[in-house]
Ligand binder design. Structure first.
Ligand code: EPU
Length: 307
């Protein structure tokens, strides 16, 4: 636990040019709108801010977590000890060079889609409607039925939180799997991503994007706070369909609800607690197991102190 009295005057934190927020409610930094306070939340303005943050965490012996837009995260009601670095809508520069796009981790996927489309470049349309950042998408290898981020990645610049050193990883080094990557396993900090796109026709790209947006609106509770799909799809079958067949769509616990619209979504109707969401996750796992003998595995990331 950090000694709050002397934390604020610490030299390393004073050097940070971005925002340094104490006891910051994580419900304001997740799309679920759930979660207790982070001891310190840092929104870096430059690379040195990240370096200062990791040095501080090392010196104080406190945990360090990195998030993007918080769109695949459930934060505990007790919050997160130590430091959270939020890389979203900051460190978000994008450069287009021929068929390559080089973008910083904090770039929202929506901004990337717009820039790619404007430059007649195809490959990132699958991410239409995902409210995350490029860094977050990479860590979780975000994807849908029509593609995933790993398909366009060429190389990734990372910072090693152990010593602040920079390295360039090839796509193979990233060890992408279904919603998996080395970034998730080793907590490497993603800074910049080089992507190889395909030249295409702007109209065709726009049509694809509009179709995907419309499909998402029709099949998912896009008007409510959530973390997207809660569970990974078991091989060959949809987790949403399994929850549906288990007959528990619409079930409520506090202000958390298994979406009426899509069984793989839990929505926060207003003031849901992480404990309510956990209750519904475990209930869905239990009911689906009973009915089908299939074990649902969460794809969301749990952050903070859970029992
Ligand atoms: N279905 C039901 N009942 C439900 C939900 C779905 O019967 O309550 C059926 C649908 O009718 C459909 C099938 O299950 O026949 C698959 O459903 P859907 O097309 O909605 O796709 P999904 O497999 O549930 C995946 C991704 C989504 C992505 C969509 C569209 C995963 C875990 N989820 O969902 O990703 O948007 O495909 O491409 O891979 C996310 O990762 O956060 C996410 C939303």
């Amino acid at each position: 636990m950090l000694e709050k009295s002397n934390v604020k005057r610490h030299d390393l934190l004073m050097k940070i040019k971005g925002e340094v927020l104490f006891n910051e409610p994580m419900q304001d930094h997740t799309t679920f709108r759930v979660g207790g306070p982070a001891d310190i939340l840092i929104v870096p303005k430059e690379l040195d801010d990240i370096k200062c943050s990791i040095t501080y965490a090392r010196e104080k012996g406190v945990p360090l977590n990195v998030i993007g837009n918080g769109s695949k995260i459930l934060v505990s009601d007790k919050g997160i000890r130590g430091i959270v670095i939020k890389i979203a809508n900051t460190l978000d520069d994008v450069e287009v060079s021929g068929e390559r796009i080089i973008a910083e981790a904090g770039c929202p996927l929506s901004k990337l889609i717009k820039i790619a489309t404007r430059n007649n470049l195809s490959g990132i349309e699958f991410a239409t409607g995902i409210p995350g950042t490029l860094g977050g998408a990479l860590a979780t290898n975000a994807g849908t039925h029509v593609g995933s981020i790993s398909e366009i990645v060429k190389s990734v610049t990372i910072m090693d939180p152990a010593n602040g050193s920079l390295r360039i990883l090839t796509k193979d080094d990233c060890r992408f799997g279904y919603r998996e990557s080395i970034f998730r396993q080793k907590k490497l900090i993603i800074l910049k991503v080089e992507m190889k796109m395909k030249r295409s026709d702007q109209k065709a790209i726009e049509e694809k994007i509009n179709g995907l947006r419309e499909m998402r609106k029709r099949t998912q509770p896009t008007d409510k706070h959530s973390a997207g799909s809660i569970f990974k799809n078991p091989s060959g079958i949809s987790a949403g369909k399994l929850v549906d067949v288990a007959g528990i769509k619409g079930l409520l616990k506090g202000d958390a609800q298994i979406s009426q619209m899509h069984g793989n979504f839990i929505v926060n109707l207003e003031k849901a607690k992480a404990s309510d969401v956990i209750f519904l996750i475990e209930l869905a796992q239990e009911k689906v197991k009973e009915k089908t003998d299939i074990e649902l595995k969460p794809e969301i990331i749990f952050m903070g102190d859970f029992e």
